[in-house]
Write a protein that binds this ligand. Structure first.
Ligand SMILES: Nc1ncnc2c1ncn2[C@@H]1O[C@H](COP(=O)(O)OP(=O)(O)O)[C@@H](O)[C@H]1O
Ligand SMILES: [Mg+2]
Length: 238
C-alpha cells in the first residue's frame, strides 16, 4: 500500500515500497518495512525515530549509498535502484550532498581542499591536479558565507566541531546538489552549536531553495521541519 504522502507527480525523490534486511550468516534482520515516502522540491523533511529505528539505513538507501532488498528509489521519474553501479555513482555525485554526524572530513586536507573533493570526483584525470577555478571561487565564497573565510587552510584538527560541520555542509553543497541528505547533523555537537548548525541548514533551504532531508532522533530539529515523518522499527507511523 502506498502512503498518502507519496506518489505525487511532482516528487523530486520517492521511496516506493522499500524493504531492507541485513543477512548475517543464517540470520536475517529486517530493518525497513514497506517504506513509502515522497520529497518535494524546496521542502525540509525531518525523519525522526529512536536509535535503531532504521533512519541511517533509510537515508543511505535514499541517497543510493545502499541498495534496498526490494522496492525502488525514484528521482524525477528515474528508477535509481536499477541503474548500473557506474551510473549510480554519477547520479549520486550529481543529485545528492551528504552530511554525517561525524563530519567525515579527510584529516590531511585543508578545509578548502575538503570542500573541493566532490568537485574532483568524475573529473578528467588531467584536470585533477588543479581544482577548477569556478569551483574554487564557489568554495571560498560559500565558506566565507558560513563565517569560515579565515579558516580556509586549517586542517580539520584545527577546527571546532561546529566549524567542521560547517565545512562538511559546504562540501556537500559544492556540486550544487538537488538534495541535501543529513544523518544526525547535530548529533555530535553541544546544544548551542547544534542550534547554529540547524539555523544554517534552514537558511540554506530559504536562500538557495535547497531541498533537505534530515534523519535524527532530535525532536528539537523536528519541531522546525516543513514535514515530519516518524519511523519506529523500520515502519512509517501514520
Ligand atoms: N550493515 C549492517 N549489518 C547488519 N545490521 C545492521 C547494519 N546496519 C545497521 N544494522 C542494524 O539495523 C538497525 C537499524 O540501524 P540504523 O539504520 O543505523 O538505525 P538508526 O540510524 O535509526 O539508529 C539496527 O538494529 C542496526 O543494528
Ligand atoms: Mg543512525
Amino acid at each position: 500500500m502506498i502512503a498518502k504522502n507519496s506518489a505525487n507527480g511532482n516528487s523530486l525523490l520517492q521511496a516506493i515500497n522499500v524493504f531492507k534486511e541485513y543477512k548475517n550468516g543464517e540470520r536475517t534482520l529486517p530493518v525497513l518495512h514497506a517504506i513509502n515516502l515522497s520529497i518535494e522540491k524546496g521542502e525540509i523533511v525531518v525523519i525522526v525515530g529512536a536509535s535503531g529505528a532504521g533512519k541511517s539505513t533509510l537515508l543511505h538507501i535514499l541517497g543510493i549509498l545502499d541498495t534496498p532488498t526490494s522496492g525502488s528509489v525514484i528521482y524525477k521519474g528515474i528508477n535509481l535502484t536499477t541503474l548500473s553501479a557506474k551510473k549510480q555513482a554519477e547520479m549520486r555525485n550529481h543529485i545528492f550532498g551528504f552530511v554525517f554526524q561525524f563530519y567525515h572530513l579527510l584529516p590531511d586536507f585543508t578545509a578548502l581542499e575538503n570542500v573541493l573533493l566532490p568537485s574532483l570526483i568524475g573529473s578528467r584525470p588531467k584536470n585533477r591536479n588543479q581544482a577548477n577555478e569556478t569551483y574554487t571561487n564557489r568554495a571560498i565564497s560559500l565558506l566565507e558565507r558560513v563565517g569560515l573565510g579565515d579558516r580556509l587552510t586549517h586542517k580539520p584538527s584545527q577546527l571546532s566541531g561546529g566549524e567542521r560541520q560547517r565545512v562538511a555542509i559546504i562540501r556537500a553543497l559544492i556540486n550544487n546538489p538537488e538534495l541535501l541528505l543529513c544523518d544526525e547533523p547535530t548529533g555530535n555537537l553541544d546544544t548551542k552549536t547544534g542550534h547554529e548548525i540547524r539555523e544554517l541548514i534552514w537558511d540554506l533551504n530559504k536562500t538557495l531553495n535547497q531541498t533537505v532531508v534530515i534523519v535524527t532522533h532530535d525532536e528539537e530539529i523536528a519541531k522546525h521541519a516543513d514535514r515530519i515523518i516518524r519511523i519506529a522499527d523500520g515502519r512509517i507511523l501514520e
